[in-house]
Design a protein around this ligand. Structure first.
Ligand SMILES: [Zn+2]
Length: 280
């Protein structure tokens, strides 16, 4: 499932590809995505210019003129494909296709495809700051790479909780954008067992964790994300952070620090990977 670095890779590429382009043709293959696609999406989008593409948590946001935004989520298997040569024909799982033209001309720019075989993702248009728009972002905590994410805030949120640290970090209202991969990795780098109860962690330990969360996310963005399953950038290229994973997806492989075999166990219904010796 795409997490912050994978979505960041997609939105950065998309911003570069479609910023300042104009929507000329919208084709909807399927309306029944996780959130139903608005029936008026084709008429509303037509002729609008893209202002910018950004990310919030695991959501991509395409800001357009006239106070409209597209919000999309890649779910489990979603991807965005940019065709610069107008050569790709629509396939079964291409639910939305948009042709963008160059500004003030009738010249083709790029074709945009929202592809999602398992349909856990969504893609829809919203009036900016409408109740429906705000509802999506309402309960999200701070961005871990933004200035308003502080050690004090993280400590406050972890310290008052009696659940395990892994589930606390997966809680999008405490910190936005982390999923299974980067929580496992950050906990390893900070030498914290995923089973540790939040309220038992000291301030200095949480300070270390805070630094490692930023470190792992920045490195993963630099590598274009982790491509273990479906993740690709908008040009169809994979990311490379899977080559730097310390614990995630490495069950029974040797820990890079101590050579103990990496363990995997089910925690809150999901696989947790960790080193029993390094993470106490
Ligand atoms: Zn180890």
């Amino acid at each position: 499932m795409p997490e912050l670095p994978e979505v960041e890779t997609v939105t950065r590429g998309l911003n570069f590809a479609i910023k300042n382009l104009i929507v000329k043709k919208v084709h909807v293959n399927r309306y029944d995505l996780r959130i139903k696609v608005s029936k008026n999406i084709t008429s509303v989008l037509n002729n609008l210019k893209v202002i910018k593409v950004k990310r919030r948590a695991k959501y991509g946001v395409i800001d357009l003129e006239n106070e409209y935004s597209i919000i999309f989520h890649l779910g489990m298997s979603g991807s965005i494909v940019i065709d610069r040569n107008n050569k790709i024909s629509l396939k079964k799982h291409d639910h939305i296709a948009i042709d963008f033209f160059k500004n003030n001309s009738k010249k083709f720019g790029v074709r945009f495809l929202f592809r999602d075989p398992r349909r856990f993702g969504f893609f829809n248009i919203y009036k900016r700051n409408s109740p429906e728009y705000n509802k999506i972002f309402k309960f999200l905590g701070p961005e871990p790479l933004a200035a308003n994410f502080s050690v004090q805030n993280l400590f406050y949120n972890i310290n008052k909780r009696h659940s395990n640290i892994k589930s606390i970090l997966l809680n999008q209202s405490i910190i936005a954008g982390l999923g299974n991969i980067y929580v496992c990795e950050a906990l390893f780098l900070a030498a914290i067992s995923p089973k540790t109860i939040g309220s038992n962690l000291t301030y200095s330990k949480i300070e270390e964790l805070y630094g490692k969360i930023k470190e792992v996310l920045l490195k993963a963005i630099k590598e274009g994300g982790t491509s273990i399953q479906d993740h690709k950038n908008i040009s169809g290229e994979i990311g490379y952070f899977q080559n730097y994973l310390s614990v995630y997806n490495r069950e029974r492989e040797k820990c890079n620090k101590c050579t103990t075999l990496i363990s995997r166990f089910k925690q809150n219904g999901r696989s947790t990977y960790y080193c029993q010796k390094c993470q106490k």
